[in-house]
Design a protein around this ligand. Structure first.
Ligand SMILES: [Zn+2]
Ligand SMILES: [Zn+2]
Length: 254
């Protein structure tokens, strides 16, 4: 029985799917659990800034937790757009509102959306990637998030002039992040939305997942990052077979 730890509903600014439609689809696909992870953004330049309404969200989620009891476990979480400059604001917000689950994503670096054309303009790979990895490490170290969402999200709009991504070039940074994930018992998400985008591998890439395993990582969780009901649990069967063959446990029922 698989769990989807990363789904959105219309409580996220970029999604218009109802919670009910997401739950229905999860049941139809035979998932045992879903976790809503609505966007929580602290940067005024972010499209989702101040969109999220926590009280209304938590009470609506309560309704579906009840409605699907015994059939589907429903959790109410958030996907925090982490930037170190907002760490204390994020901590305050999470203290104030008790979510079941917090996943963290580096969607922005220096107030710019990672992967937007503007992010890479005038930057060499060293700078663009270096700043991204360093923000990601800071997020893991912050202790604010339970999970790292789409770890190599930056690969999304990699400029062609950088040439192919060579993991060895970033080995030190990746090892440092993954070791920190393992040490602090943060969960690594395998996010299947990259497969829907035609990237040929999930976030993070198979090579990064292999490195995580090599460093002693035992467990990963799956997230579809669905913004449409039909994408809930997408590619989970294939990906979990692959992960199990690497000796990783897929799941975490917490
Ligand atoms: Zn995200
Ligand atoms: Zn998401």
């Amino acid at each position: 029985m698989l769990c989807d730890y990363h789904v959105h509903s219309d409580f996220s600014h970029d999604c218009s799917t109802s919670m009910e439609d997401v739950c229905e689809m999860a049941v139809r696909k035979g998932l045992s659990k879903i976790c809503f992870t609505e966007h929580l953004d602290f940067d005024r330049r972010d499209e989702g800034w101040r969109y999220f309404k926590p009280e209304k969200y938590l009470s609506r989620a309560e309704k579906y937790k009840e409605a699907y009891k015994g059939e589907l476990s429903v959790s109410a979480g958030v996907e925090v757009t982490y930037q170190s400059v907002y760490a204390s604001e994020i901590a305050e917000f999470l203290e104030l509102h008790k979510f079941d689950y917090v996943t963290g994503a580096v969607h922005m670096v220096n107030h710019t959306i990672v992967g937007s054309p503007g992010y890479f303009v005038g930057k060499l790979e060293d700078e663009a990637y270096g700043e991204y990895w360093s923000e990601l490490l800071s997020m893991v170290q912050s202790g604010l998030v339970r999970t790292v969402a789409h770890m190599d999200y930056i690969k999304n709009h990699r400029p062609t002039q950088y040439g192919p991504f060579i993991q060895e070039r970033w080995q030190d940074e990746l090892v440092q992040i993954l070791e920190c994930i393992i040490e602090r018992e943060v969960l690594l998400e395998v996010n299947t939305s990259a497969l829907r985008r035609g990237l040929g591998a999930p976030y993070p890439s198979w090579d990064i997942i292999r490195l995580y395993r090599y460093l002693g990582g035992n467990e990963v969780i799956l997230g579809s990052d669905a913004h449409f009901a039909e994408d809930v649990g997408a590619h989970f069967a294939d990906v979990s077979v692959e992960l199990s063959s690497m000796g990783l446990v897929v799941g975490a029922q917490t």
